[in-house]
Design a protein around this ligand. Sequence first.
Ligand SMILES: NC(=O)c1ccc[n+]([C@@H]2O[C@H](COP(=O)([O-])OP(=O)(O)OC[C@H]3O[C@@H](n4cnc5c(N)ncnc54)[C@H](OP(=O)(O)O)[C@@H]3O)[C@@H](O)[C@H]2O)c1
Length: 268
Amino acid sequence: MNLPPVGLGTMGIDDPETVATALSVGYRHLDTARIYGNESVVGEGLTAWLDKRETPGDAAGADAVSREDVTVATKLWIDDLGADDVGPTARESADLLGVETLDLLYVHRPRGAYAPAETLPELDRLVDERVVRNVGVSNFDPEQLDRAIDVLDAPLAAHQTELHPLFYKPALLDHAREHGYTVVAYSPLAGGRVREIDAVREVAAAHDATPEAVAIAWATAKEPVVTIPKASSERHLRANLAAADLELTADETAAIDAVEREEELFPE
Ligand SMILES: NC(=O)c1ccc[n+]([C@@H]2O[C@H](COP(=O)([O-])OP(=O)(O)OC[C@H]3O[C@@H](n4cnc5c(N)ncnc54)[C@H](OP(=O)(O)O)[C@@H]3O)[C@@H](O)[C@H]2O)c1
């Protein structure tokens, strides 16, 4: 799936203005989830930004960017994965987000009511009915990914998984390359902890950059990875978007690859 290297993670964002600001500085991928309880906030921010662009004479409307240029992604929580719940919940999410079509709908975790043979055909049905454009999964292991690919009619578009210098699983990147889907790296700043990692700080100092920028550059340089850092201020939003342009040397990348990878923030 074609996603920009840096999108917006919205967990904890409760102000539509943050979302509208992100879009106005250039974000084109918004990531939310049922369980974050903020789909309406994200929807409000998106609608406010689109309305502003459509106002005649508004400078922001000068270049032609529209709803279709933004990827709106959300996730079904583990309670909503039964065959009877998938469709109604996805439609409700679309309503809350103020969109006709969800560009990307994930299974948030392979737990609770998740049963591949029951859950996934309902996602295919949503694609047929044009409620959903792309299907993704999150927090899956390679066996669960194989099974999902097997059962789904739609191609698997993305796997969203934890990836930052303190935690990532190279086998998941190999799997994605083999099957041709995108890896969406969540918590790419280790929830704000990347500045505590010596190897990251050293690389940052060498580039006169921040540890956060280095973490984003490190992740987005890996194929086929895109990131969704969460940020609240315009300063952080802009800095994270620009970070994908930073180029690390092979030695710098190797030094960060070698950081102990044990600190999973969101274990199963
Ligand atoms: N699929 C899943 O199970 C799952 C699980 C967890 C997260 N996610 C997704 O991944 C997204 C990101 O993960 P996350 O929210 O856990 O953490 P994160 O993006 O790794 O880190 C966010 C933290 O870093 C700070 N920050 C952002 N930009 C910064 C910068 N340039 N300089 C210094 N600090 C900066 C933020 O502060 P400010 O807010 O003050 O800017 C916030 O405290 C979530 O929002 C969500 O969309 C998915």
